[in-house]
Design a binder for this molecule. Structure first.
Ligand code: UT7
Length: 335
């Protein structure tokens, strides 16, 4: 294949499980309240998988099929898979391999990306480079998470447990066809000095044995977070990197038709909008219904917004994310 001048998003799709879990439902099993969760985060409900046996790759199947249909392509047109998740179906192999099998894509390369809330943007940068350089023509990029089986649904884990939900989003990245269309420069960052501020400690190859009964008793296999610290970094880094992305795209904030920020906390995104000078009406906010679906939030948000007519071909869209790692990133796309 020959290099192309730009890549773009040819289609998007999403899928969430049918089981709705409200804040009131959580308040029945842990010491929390609808008022606390809504005031601090904006979340009212989230989705959980209906039963054991459904992994991130299973949620990714309908999301991928919807994205293919949106792009006017069939599964056989996919040349490579990139799967962003922090909750892979199994420790190895990557969820991309499971997804490829479920889509009947035998022999198509599959790469897993482990960059948490910024996973979709890290994946997008790889897909963009592959398409532009002519390595692959159509790349299926997925962000999908099953959090509900990995959080501690009890008083001890309440600070983290109330935040996360299950869901998937998918995008097909391929050659841009129209003048001006395409993915603009993607800005990515990481600072591992914050790695332990939001992490799952075990099972760990750094420990022998990787998992003990003691670790399980202490809940070290559940995510732990220094919420205040993560919040502080997010409200500083998301606007900073979004400004870098706007500048290199040669776009101003008022030229952005739709802002799709990562959905970790409604308050974070309100502060980010204010710092960027983007009206909240132009920002996707579906955290109320889904909570934080980590690598899925951006493709899920874009897919819903596109179907609601909040963006269309030719629209200028801005993405920004911050999360565990710490990792953060942003980019603009002219659809
Ligand atoms: O996508 C990954 C990136 N993640 C983020 O960006 C999350 C960033 N951080 C946040 O969004 C906020 O820090 C949280 C929403 C997680 C927490 O809000 P906060 O205002 O920072 O609350 P806090 O952690 O300081 O906790 C305040 C109080 C504490 O009680 P005391 O010490 O004041 O008595 C907590 O024990 O709220 C208590 N608390 C809860 N109460 C009811 C913590 N979790 C809960 C809960 N329900 N679920």
């Amino acid at each position: 294949m020959k290099p192309v001048h730009a890549s773009t998003i040819l289609g998007v799709g999403h899928h969430v499980p049918s089981k709705v879990v409200t804040n009131h439902d959580l308040a029945k099993i842990m010491n929390t309240s609808d008022e606390w969760i809504q005031q601090r985060t904006g979340i009212k409900e989230r989705r959980y998988i209906e039963r054991s046996g459904i992994g991130a790759s299973d949620l990714a199947v309908p999301a991928s099929q919807m994205a293919l249909e949106h792009a006017g392509l069939a599964a056989k047109d996919i040349d490579a898979i990139i799967f962003a998740t922090l909750s892979p179906d199994h420790n190895f192999p990557g969820s991309g391999c499971f997804l490829g099998d479920k889509l009947g894509l035998h022999g198509v390369p599959a790469l897993d990306v482990r960059n948490q809330c910024t996973g979709f943007l890290y994946g997008l940068s790889i897909a963009d480079a592959w398409v532009r350089s002519g390595v692959y023509r159509n790349v299926l990029l997925v962000g999908a998470e099953v959090h509900s089986t990995g959080i501690e649904l009890a008083d001890r884990g309440r600070d983290v447990a109330v935040l996360f939900g299950d869901g998937a989003g998918a995008a097909i990245i391929g050659p841009a066809t129209a003048e001006g269309q395409g993915i603009k420069p993607i800005h990515l960052h990481a600072d591992g000095s914050g790695a332990k501020e939001l992490w799952v400690e075990a099972p760990a190859s750094a420990y022998d044995p990787r998992l003990t009964k003691e670790m399980l008793d202490e809940g070290r296999h559940f995510p732990s977070m220094n919420g205040k610290q993560v919040f502080r970094w997010a409200v500083e880094k998301m606007p900073e990197v979004a400004k870098q992305a706007l500048e290199s795209a040669q776009l101003t904030a008022d030229q952005i038709d739709l802002f799709v920020p990562h959905q970790a906390n409604l308050r974070i995104n309100q502060m980010v909008c204010a710092k960027l000078g983007i009206p909240e009406a132009k920002a996707v906010a579906n955290i109320e219904r889904y909570g934080n679906t980590t690598a899925a939030t951006i493709p899920l948000g874009l897919s819903e917004a596109w179907r609601e007519g909040r963006c269309a071909r030719g629209s200028n869209v801005l993405f920004a994310a911050f999360g565990s790692g710490f990792t953060w990133g942003a980019c603009a796309v002219t659809l």
